[in-house]
Ligand binder design. Sequence first.
Ligand code: DX5
Ligand code: ZN
Length: 232
Amino acid sequence: MTFDRSIKIAPSILSADFAAFGAECEAIEAQGADWVHVDVMDGHFVPNITFGPAMCAAIRPHIKGVMDVHLMISPVDAYIEAFAKAGADIISVHPEAGPHTHRTLQAIRAAGARPGLAINPGTGLADVEYMLDLVDLVCVMTVNPGFGGQKFIHSQVAKVAALRKMIGDRPVHIEIDGGVTPETAPMVAAAGADVLVAGSAVFKGGSVADPAPYGANIRAIRTAAHRAQVAA
Ligand code: DX5
Ligand code: ZN
């Protein structure tokens, strides 16, 4: 994984067919996905339950590229090792999920994965400022975490621009998660984001049996974001 700020599309398998995760991962990569985004939810930190480390280990052989694991769980520390062993390349955690995020980020690196920080729409940048030297990625949530298919929260675009300035020359990705479409992607790309998570906007209209729409959806988001990034 070399660092660059080119636009990367990370489909969230939260919108995939839950009975066919392996085949879905292969289909989205074949259709041009850069990373595979895996949303882990516990029914406690967020009001929804998805899957855990065993599922991540099961899909790992079906992913050639980056497995980007977004932990929406509290507490988190006891599970870091398991997700790293399951083959996560990136493990992102929420500062809202516990009091010792600084330590958690170090534990992720020590376990052999790359640490990311994900922040809710109501959380300010003060919560990431003193951890920027510990992370490879900051994920700005543009919906309240828990469900796919929610509406993009526009107030977060200014946060992305401020974060971009705060990051400066550090090799830290800015990831956007929630409500990303060809219409919303240009705003965050212009503000400095380079990794775009998209669930419903990638999986809509397609299936494992008919994956071509995945490719068209990925290209539509990438093209719109790339144009805005170049123009900014
Ligand atoms: C929300 C998840 C997102 C979500 C994105 O809690 O973290 O990754 O699946 O889904 P869309 O793109 O449909 O908003
Ligand atoms: Zn996510």
